[in-house]
Design a protein around this ligand. Structure first.
Ligand SMILES: [Zn+2]
Length: 276
């Protein structure tokens, strides 16, 4: 599932490729991906608009449209954009699991690929992003927050730290892969109650998260399964993962055996020896 570095990579690609473009047509074959408003209104609302900016909020991509409103794309499991110089044909649509395609006035195209079909696409006819109700429930951006803010959010929380890190109401953008990785970096057991962590442990997690995300953005994210950037290229951060997906392998730090455990119904990887 795309997390902060993957979505940030998508946004940077979109800024360089589709910012300023005029939407002239929209094709879609999967109505269930359109969550707001109706399928018909979504299509009608996008056609004729210009994309004036693209930004990321947590794991969500937000297109600013002119004259009105915002288009939101939430990749969930496998959603990602592909920028195309020519119109996607039937073979391409099938091979790349394309479920939506935009045509631009300069004869370029933007396709939305989503193999698992859990992604959410929405259009909101509002003047300000702040008027979109569920965006208001999102927590702070990890690369734009201070340790004091992090500390305040974690204080008194009884959730297990792994689940807390992934709870988008506190910090946004952390998913299953990077949560396991940052806890390994900080040498913290994923099942410990978040609020019980020492100041030093909290600092290690906070700083580790920022450092890891910055590096992962430079490497254009982690492509374990479906994720690709908008040029259909894999990210390289999978080469830097220390524990995720490495059950039974030796820990790179202490040579203990990496285990996989379900925490909050999500696969969690850690080293019980150096993350006691
Ligand atoms: Zn270890």
């Amino acid at each position: 599932m795309p997390e902060l570095p993957e979505v940030e990579t998508m946004v940077r690609g979109l800024l360089s490729r589709v910012k300023g473009k005029q939407i002239t047509d929209l094709w879609a074959d999967e109505k269930k991906l359109i969550h707001h408003p109706s399928f018909r209104l979504f299509k009608e609302s996008l056609i004729g608009q210009q994309i004036t900016n693209i930004e990321r909020r947590g794991k969500i991509i937000i297109f600013h449209l002119q004259p009105k409103g915002f288009w939101l794309a939430h990749p969930k499991m496998t959603g990602h954009f592909l920028f195309l110089e020519s119109k996607p044909d039937d073979d391409f649509i099938k091979e790349k699991s394309v479920h939506l395609s935009l045509s631009f006035s300069d004869k370029t195209f933007l396709a939305w690929s989503d193999q698992r079909k859990f992604s959410r696409l929405e259009y909101w006819s509002v003047d300000d992003i702040a008027q979109i109700p569920w965006l208001r429930q999102l927590g702070l951006e990890p690369l734009k927050m201070s340790f004091a803010e992090f500390n305040q959010l974690i204080e008194g929380r009884r959730q297990r730290i792994k689940s807390w890190l992934m709870d988008q109401r506190f910090i946004v953008g952390v998913g299953n892969i990077y949560a396991s990785e940052v806890l390994w970096l900080a040498q913290v057991n994923p099942e410990r109650p978040a609020g019980d962590l020492s100041s030093n442990e909290r600092k290690k997690i906070f700083q580790g998260l920022q450092k890891m995300f910055k590096k992962a953005i430079i490497k254009k994210g982690t492509s374990l399964l479906e994720y690709r950037d908008i040029e259909d290229q894999k990210g390289e951060y999978a080469n830097y993962l220390q524990v995720y997906g490495r059950k039974g392998q030796p820990c790179p730090r202490c040579q203990g055996e990496i285990v996989r455990k379900m925490i909050g119904s999500r696969s969690t990887y850690y080293c019980p020896q150096c993350q006691p």
